[in-house]
Design a protein around this ligand. Structure first.
Ligand SMILES: Cc1ncc(COP(=O)(O)O)c(C=O)c1O
Length: 362
């Protein structure tokens, strides 16, 4: 084969696209800490410490792997319709909320279109915007990490097509008010409200999708239902958008194991929601324990995680100290969050170990 420059063939905006800083798997984390995998305390992915529903685990064992899944997602959308109390034609499922974010970019964003992102927030929106060749407009959240509608408006022009709002926000844990979302909807942009942590917050704007065709609400089974490894999430949106999403998605995007696990999880939602209650109770206990450590400021959270603020230039040292003991939390590259890290809510036993080690380190 003749020598050629691969970069000449790659789309120009992807030649140096920054990648998403994804987490390493437990086996690699354990290796780095020099301990066995079952000794690590993994609090960096907002995963569910109680795992999946036993009924979901049993269902996955029996699934015929040689048959393609249903491209129309009929059973999934019926079950989600019952769970969310939204009509079935408002629902589209994806391989995690991440895939839905990707589909939203495919549907709406062409090279040069502007996308507003309230920083700091979940990194997949800026990642998606860059992959799509969109022009990213980072609007800083205010000093309480609330979204600033005035700033958003100032940053809008006729190329602005979409805005992302995470509620509760990851990693800061705060909710966006319904009135702020309504104000954004009036701008006639596509407004994506990411409610990945809905079951922990109890707050949703899903009803607004009935009267606002420009609203997309995202949810996931990764957090409350403990299915992060299977990759299944869904969006709630007016059928005028849902129809397009169903048309452009890869036909078999939700795999058969994820499908049966989702169905079994929704059948077992009482059990899973009782675990959510345990996590919320533990979140409040951990918040109080962290508040007692001098030099640590925990931020109130409606998610299954707490953002912690440290004295200047201490966060990285504490982060590394925890990692050396096999406790993994999430730090961030952005200058605004250099003195912070995020801790997922684990079991009470994990909280106790974490707090003990943090007291030694801070
Ligand atoms: C705000 C937010 N949205 C979406 C996701 C991704 O969810 P999924 O696992 O369904 O792709 C996450 C995962 O951490 C998240 O924090």
């Amino acid at each position: 084969m003749r020598d050629f420059d691969m970069n000449m063939l790659i789309k120009p905006h992807l030649v140096s696209a920054p990648t998403y800083a994804a987490m390493e798997p437990p086996e690699i984390l354990a290796k780095k800490a020099g301990i066995s995998e079952n000794q690590i305390i993994k609090l960096n992915g907002n995963e569910n410490p109680y795992g999946a529903s036993p009924r979901a685990i049993a269902a996955v064992k029996d699934v015929p792997l040689h048959i393609y899944p249903d491209p129309k997602q009929i059973l999934i959308r019926e079950a989600l319709s019952k769970y969310t109390k939204m009509p079935m034609d408002f629902i589209v499922a994806g391989a995690g909320a991440d895939e839905l974010i990707d589909l939203i970019f495919r549907l709406f964003i062409s090279t040069g279109d502007k996308v507003l992102d309230f920083e700091p927030t979940f990194g997949m929106y800026s990642f998606g915007a860059r992959l799509a060749g969109g022009s990213l407009e980072l609007v800083q959240r205010d000093e309480n990490f609330d979204i600033d509608i005035g700033e958003a408006k100032k940053n809008c022009d006729d190329r602005t097509k979409m805005v992302f709002v995470t509620s509760p926000n990851n990693p800061t844990g705060n909710i966006a008010s319904k009135s702020d979302i309504e104000e954004l909807l009036e701008l006639n942009l596509i407004v994506v409200v990411d409610e990945a942590y809905y079951e922990f917050s109890g707050c949703t704007v899903q009803e607004l999708t009935k009267n606002h065709r420009n609203l997309i609400v995202l949810r996931t089974m990764s957090k409350w239902a403990g299915l992060a490894g299977l990759r299944v999430g869904y969006g709630i949106m007016h059928p005028d958008i849902a129809r397009y999403m169903m048309e452009i998605k890869p036909p078999y995007n939700v795999n058969v194991a994820a499908e049966v696990a989702l169905l079994a999880s929704l059948e077992d939602s009482e059990y899973l929601l009782s675990n959510v209650k345990l996590i919320i109770r533990e979140r409040d206990r951990m918040y109080n324990l962290l508040q007692e450590i001098p030099g640590v400021i925990p931020w109130p959270s409606k998610g299954n995680y707490i953002l912690c603020e440290f004295d200047e230039n201490q966060a990285q040292r504490v982060y590394e100290g925890l990692a050396s003991k096999g406790i993994f939390v999430r730090s961030f590259g952005s200058p605004r969050l250099k003195d912070f890290f995020r801790i997922a809510i684990g079991t009470p036993e994990q909280t106790d170990v974490l707090v003990k080690v943090m007291k030694e380190l801070v």
